[in-house]
Design a protein around this ligand. Structure first.
Ligand code: PNS
Length: 157
């Protein structure tokens, strides 16, 4: 069975992430969502909360699971028996960010990265923008699931 790892900060998970996870779940035997614990950006939500929210919103796909990644992504891929990493791409600047990581991960362990273009209706959705809008009291309910919007607002109070 083909195992793919879908990594990210997911701070918070957005409708854009769920779009990519949904399509990955149809392409691979199983998909493990890898929630990075030690992201350079100081996260708004704890890693435990990010994992919980992802579990809640991926429960409809039986071949999708969620785990925290404490260290290197390539080590996690090896533990999971995954030979593929899946990442979503919204723009050329996403590719500029993602390509060095994809090449480094392949250099480190041989794991390949598959890029899935975002669906058009979520191309503008980014976790950083969701947090910025919420910080300024704006509406985020069309960008993230309802419980995620509530978690973001609670973390900001
Ligand atoms: O949501 P993001 O910011 O695109 O995710 C970046 C992430 C978590 C995929 C990347 O920072 C990562 O892989 N972190 C785990 C540590 C690691 O393996 N670093 C080397 C990457 S080449």
């Amino acid at each position: 069975m083909s195992v793919a790892v879908c990594p990210g900060s997911f701070d918070p998970v957005t409708n854009g992430h769920l779009d990519v996870i949904s399509r990955a779940s149809a392409m691979f035997g199983s998909v493990v969502i890898a929630v990075a614990a030690n992201v350079a950006k100081r996260p708004l939500l704890t890693v435990g909360r990010r994992v919980e929210l992802l579990q809640e919103h991926t429960a409809m796909w039986p071949n999708v699971s969620v785990a925290e990644v404490p260290g290197l992504l390539v080590d996690f891929c090896a533990e999971q028996g995954a030979s593929v990493i899946v990442k979503g791409l919204r723009s050329g600047s996403d590719l500029d960010d993602e390509l060095p990581m994809a090449l480094m991960n392949r250099h480190l362990s041989g794991v390949e990265t598959v890029f899935l273009p975002a669906s058009q209706h979520v191309t503008h959705v980014a976790s950083s923008l969701v947090k910025d809008i919420a910080r300024h009291g704006g509406p985020i309910e069309s960008l993230v699931p309802g419980s995620v919007a509530a978690a973001v607002r609670a973390a900001l109070t």
